[in-house]
Design a protein around this ligand. Structure first.
Ligand code: ZN
Length: 219
């Protein structure tokens, strides 16, 4: 009996190890890009939750990438929600993803297109949202570039959020590597280290570079 067990060729163990390693690698990739990514995925928008979040037929939620629209109770909340509803409700949409297909809440993260309209950018164009980046966004992508250009243009035209007045500061601060702009006394800034931050004379000057206002100090 002992001899029988030893007749299994040595390479079956090696093969098993290779198969397991490949499976682990595939699972890790799937975790990164999502379970059901496909080129040109199409969805129908079935419910608008606010200017940057919606539901798709089938129950998935979609959070529009690189965008932050006003919260309920804030100025231009209704306008942002209505614009995205008018453009996308019950329409067939195409979603393009960046690195991660889903966030920690299980929502899809993506750029939304209806026909040739790039919805994330249209909200910025209309001054109804801010470009909202994280370091893991693909900063060199066409979408991010177009959205920053749109923000620059909306600032110049003083539309939507850019028509509001804000108590001015002497300067505004951004910590290098972060994408938020702060008032100088903001608690979330922490200790400032020489060479690790930049300052702007006006909030518009800072936000034109693609930064977004800090949610705590709301510059
Ligand atoms: Zn702040």
């Amino acid at each position: 009996m002992k001899r029988l067990r030893q007749t299994r060729p040595w390479w079956t163990s090696a093969l098993l190890i290779i198969v397991l390693a490949t499976l682990i690698l595939v699972f890790r990739l799937v975790e990164d890009i999502g379970p059901d990514r496909g080129l040109g995925d199409r969805f129908v928008v079935s419910r608008i939750l606010d200017g940057d979040t919606m539901e798709l037929q089938g129950g998935d939620r979609l959070r529009l990438l690189a965008l932050d629209t006003p919260e309920k109770g804030e100025a231009f909340y209704n306008e942002a929600t209505e614009l995205v509803a008018r453009l996308s409700m019950n329409r067939t949409a195409r979603i393009e993803y960046a690195h991660k297909r889903r966030d920690k809440y299980g929502r899809l993260l993506g750029y939304l297109y209806i026909d040739t309209l790039f919805i994330n950018k249209m909200l910025i164009d209309s001054g109804l949202g801010y470009v909202y980046l994280f370091s893991d966004n693909d900063l060199k992508s066409d979408q991010v570039r177009l959205m920053i250009e749109a923000q620059r243009s909306a600032i110049k035209r003083k539309v939507g959020l850019w028509s509001l007045t804000h108590a001015p500061e002497e300067r505004y601060i951004n910590k290098i590597g972060s994408f938020r702009l702060h008032r100088p006394n903001c608690r979330s800034l922490g200790k400032l280290v020489e060479g690790k931050y930049q300052t702007f004379k006006t909030r518009e000057e800072g936000l034109a570079t693609g930064l977004s206002p800090c949610r705590n100090c709301k510059p």
